[in-house]
Design a protein around this ligand. Structure first.
Ligand code: G
Ligand code: G
Ligand code: MN
Ligand code: NA
Length: 253
C-alpha cells in the first residue's frame, strides 16, 4: 500500500510519463510505429518498473484513470509523429480491468477524435488474461473494436496461463512473441523451438506476428528466415521519450 500511495501521488503530480519504442517491418526495415510504455520516476529520482507498479494499479483500480491518460497521451504523441512520417501507428497496452469498463470504447473513440486521428492508426495490446471477464464479452467487444478499424494485438503470448483455445476465440490482428522466446533464438536452446512455432501459428490464425525484445542481428536473421513480419527491441531502438523518438526517426530518414 505504500507503493499504491506513491503511485497515486505520482499520478496526481504528473510524475508518470510515457516512452515510445519503435516497431519495424522486418523485411523492409521500415519503421511502422511505436509501442507506448509507462514509466514512473519517483521524487528521489529512482525508476520503478511497470512490472512492479502495474499489478498494484490493477488491484486498486487506479489503472483505469491511468490507462485513460496513457491512451490520450499516446495518441497526442502519435499525431505529432505522423506529421513527421505518414502512416505511423501507436500500440497501447490495455489492462484487463480497463478493458472491462463499460465506458472503455467511448473513451477510445473520444481520444482518437481529440487527437484528430483515424481508428486504423491505433493498436490495443491485450493479454490472454482479459479472459477473466468472460470470453463472450471479450469476443463481443473485440468485434466492436475491429468494426471501427482499430487493431488488436495479443501481448506476452506464450507466457502466463495462456491457452490455445482462447487464441482461437480472440479475433486479433497481431500476435506478439514474448522476448523470453526471442532471446532463445541465438542460444541453440530448445526454447527457440517455441518462437519458431509461434510464427506459423499466428499466420495460420490470420495474424501478423511481431517479435519483441530483439537484441542481436542473429535473432533478427533467424526471425527473417521464419517469416516473422515485425520486430521491436534494443537492436532497433530503446523506448524513448517523445522528443528522443522524433530525433531518432529524423536520423533514419
Ligand atoms: O517497459 P517495460 O518492459 O518495463 O514494461 C513492463 C510491463 O509493463 C510490460 O508487460 C508492459 O506490457 C507493461 N506496461 C507498460 N506500459 C503499460 C501501460 O501503459 N499500461 C499497462 N496496462 N501495462 C503497461
Ligand atoms: O508490453 P510488454 O510486456 O511487451 O513490454 C515490453 C517490455 O520489454 C518493455 O518494458 C520494454 O522496456 C522491454 N524491452 C523492449 N525491448 C527490449 C529488448 O530488446 N530487451 C529487453 N531485455 N527488454 C526489452
Ligand atoms: Mn506490450
Ligand atoms: Na510483451
Amino acid at each position: 500500500t505504500r507503493l499504491l500511495h506513491g503511485l497515486q501521488q505520482a499520478f496526481d503530480r504528473e510524475s508518470l510519463f510515457l516512452v515510445y519504442q519503435p516497431q519495424l517491418a522486418l523485411a523492409q526495415d521500415r519503421v511502422i510505429g511505436a509501442e507506448a510504455l509507462l514509466r514512473w520516476r519517483t521524487d528521489d529520482g529512482r525508476f520503478v518498473s511497470p512490472a512492479e507498479f502495474i499489478p498494484v494499479a490493477e488491484q486498486s483500480g487506479l489503472i483505469v484513470p491511468i490507462g485513460h491518460w496513457v491512451l490520450r497521451t499516446a495518441l497526442q504523441a502519435l499525431a505529432r509523429l505522423r506529421a513527421q512520417q505518414d502512416g505511423l501507428r501507436m500500440a497501447v497496452n490495455v489492462s484487463p480491468l480497463q478493458f472491462a469498463q463499460p465506458q472503455f470504447l467511448a473513451q477510445v473513440d473520444q481520444a482518437l477524435h481529440d487527437a484528430g486521428l483515424p481508428p486504423s492508426c491505433l493498436e490495443l495490446e491485450i493479454t490472454e488474461s482479459v479472459a477473466v471477464m468472460g470470453m463472450e464479452r471479450v469476443s463481443a467487444l473485440l468485434h466492436q473494436i475491429k468494426a471501427r478499424g482499430i487493431a488488436v494485438a495479443i501481448d506476452d503470448f506464450g507466457t502466463g496461463f495462456s491457452s490455445l483455445s482462447y487464441l482461437d476465440r480472440l479475433p486479433a490482428d497481431r500476435l506478439k512473441i514474448d522476448r523470453a522466446f526471442v532471446s532463445a533464438l541465438d542460444s541453440g536452446d530448445t526454447t527457440a523451438r517455441i518462437a519458431e512455432m509461434i510464427v506459423p501459428l499466428g499466420h495460420r490464425l490470420g495474424m501478423q506476428v511481431l517479435a519483441e525484445g530483439v537484441e542481436t542481428p542473429a535473432q533478427a536473421q533467424a526471425l527473417r528466415q521464419l517469416g516473422c513480419d515485425e520486430v521491436q527491441g534494443y537492436l532497433y531502438g530503446k523506448p524513448m521519450p517523445l522528443d528522443g523518438f522524433a530525433d531518432w526517426l529524423a536520423q533514419r530518414e
